[in-house]
Design a binder for this molecule. Structure first.
Ligand code: CP
Ligand code: NVA
Length: 316
């Protein structure tokens, strides 16, 4: 890890718009080194997180996020403190008081919660870095893992076209912001009534103007797909939206990444999914489990981009 950068020392990651292009490259470089070492020996010689304690506050369900943060911290000599749902953020105790207390004892806070403002409030109050592990608005570590997987596959990101099929949700928001920062074209095909937050799209568009990237939002998957390097699928019903399932199933019926759509994208296009997946809904089983899927590479990279960010932010 020769890439330790002063710019990321002590830094939060709350939004995919928090990082510059150079900082994305920094995290990718450190993650690539960690991934290579881990693939070779399943362990790391250097322990840059030795003595570091990080709280995990996961107020929604999780497999990848929980395991990759806990394992990643352990692999680099650090320690994860899962706080569970019982902490009652803002209910038993104010976010302000929780933040002030945690900062006395530990080195960072990973949080997955509903309202994005809880995370920004926590970060404003805490004197230690806060890492957003998914809110209703964003999923920045997912975007880091995804774009590293895409870069590994194609060798570059600038000018690449990623088309998100479905809900203008947290995962889309982070991909739009991260992709714009890295000079990509990020398209979205969504049904009426399920578009992204206008403020986030406006922010991504503004970033894209400076980087040569592009943000395109439309309705028809078949119109948006041709020329895409990647088609991205996520669930139709995100965590916290379960009571809307019936309406969402009806609205998203035509928004499935299948082999026909992938062929329409182009012969070299790949399929992406952040997982968990519902085969036969937002993506077909043959595509998700087939040779043109990057889903497992994306999941593998969660471990390494998170380790990389933790090393850069709170390591040594
Ligand atoms: N992709 C992702 O964040 O997975 P989990 O919800 O299982 O953590
Ligand atoms: N959009 C999904 C992503 C899960 C990783 C959700 O928020 O449930």
């Amino acid at each position: 890890m020769g890439n330790l950068s002063a710019s990321l020392h002590g830094r939060d990651l709350l939004s995919s718009a928090d990082l510059t292009r150079a900082e994305y490259e920094q995290v990718f470089a450190t993650a690539t080194e960690l991934k290579r070492e881990f693939r070779e020996s399943r362990r790391h010689v250097a322990q840059p997180l030795a003595g570091r304690n990080v709280a995990l506050v996961l107020e929604k369900q999780s497999l990848r996020t929980r395991v990759t943060f806990e394992a990643g911290l352990n692999q680099l000599g650090g320690h994860a403190l899962p706080l569970g749902e019982g902490i009652g953020f803002g209910v038993r105790e104010s976010v302000f008081d929780i933040a002030r207390n945690l900062a006395l004892w530990i080195d960072g806070i990973v949080i997955r919660t509903f309202d994005h403002s809880v995370v920004t409030e926590l970060a404003a109050e805490a004197r230690i870095p806060v890492f957003n592990a998914l809110t209703d608005d964003e999923h920045p570590f997912q975007a880091l893992a995804d774009l590293l997987a895409l870069r590994e596959h194609f060798g570059s990101l600038e000018g690449r076209v990623l088309t998100f099929i479905g809900d203008g949700n947290n995962v889309y928001h982070s991909l739009a912001l991260a992709g714009a920062t890295l000079g990509m074209e990020i398209r979205l095909a969504h049904p009426d009534g399920y578009g992204p937050h206008e403020a986030i799209v406006a922010r991504a568009e503004k970033i894209a103007i400076a980087t040569g990237g592009k943000i395109v939002v439309g309705r028809d998957p078949r119109e948006m797909t041709p020329g895409s390097d990647a088609l991205y699928a996520d669930v139709w019903v995100s965590m916290g939206q379960e009571e809307q399932s019936h309406a969402r199933f009806a609205a998203f019926a035509g928004y499935c990444v299948d082999s026909g759509l992938l062929d329409l994208a182009g012969p070299n296009a790949v399929a992406m999914h952040c997982l968990p997946a519902h085969r036969g809904q937002e993506i077909t089983a043959d595509v998700l489990d087939g040779p043109r899927s990057l889903a497992l590479e994306q999941a593998e990279n969660r471990l390494h981009v998170q380790k990389a960010f933790l090393v850069e932010s709170i390591g040594r």
